[in-house]
Design a protein around this ligand. Structure first.
Ligand code: HEC
Length: 126
């Protein structure tokens, strides 16, 4: 009987812990980083050097076509930049470009590029 009641106590306790953990996860999602396109303006000079040139190819370590990223979905850009950073997507140029960016900077840059469209000149928002 004693064993049974301690089992019940343990079960109740673990479900309490679990629900607190779930609450914290929800809280963390609510605090999700929001990108600020204007804050990215000072950070994209380097990107423009490759991504704003029509048909531009980067030649190191082999020839890569540089994709046009203006108008791409912000969440997609954010995910892609993080996958270069974490090495899940491999490209030595992009990896070094994003290696020192914070999550906030990635969110800002992603917001910036997502606000463009195919008519935006030189990948810049006015
Ligand atoms: C030296 C040239 C160069 C610079 C500078 C550069 N990129 Fe890139 N970027 C590339 C190349 C080449 C690729 C394609 C790599 C591949 O195939 O994965 C690429 C790919 C990307 C992609 C993936 C696009 C897709 O849809 O697959 C994103 C997003 C991106 N770059 C964003 C940026 C941002 C933001 C910056 C500035 C912080 C930047 N890049 C700076 C050359 C560059």
């Amino acid at each position: 009987m004693k064993l049974f009641s301690s089992f019940i106590t343990l079960t109740l306790f673990s479900s309490l812990v679990l629900s607190i953990m779930t609450l914290q996860v929800k809280q963390a999602n609510a605090d999700e980083i929001k990108g600020n396109a204007n804050a990215a303006k000072s950070k994209v000079a380097m990107c423009i050097g490759c991504h704003a040139i029509n048909g531009y190819k980067a030649s190191f370590p082999k020839v890569y076509d540089v994709p046009y990223i203006g108008g791409q979905n912000a969440k997609y850009l954010e995910k892609t930049l993080k996958s270069y950073q974490q090495g899940d997507r491999k490209n030595p140029t992009m990896r070094s470009v994003v290696s020192n960016l914070s999550d906030q900077e990635i969110a800002d840059i992603s917001a910036y590029y997502s606000q463009q469209n195919s008519n935006t000149s030189a990948n810049s928002i006015k």
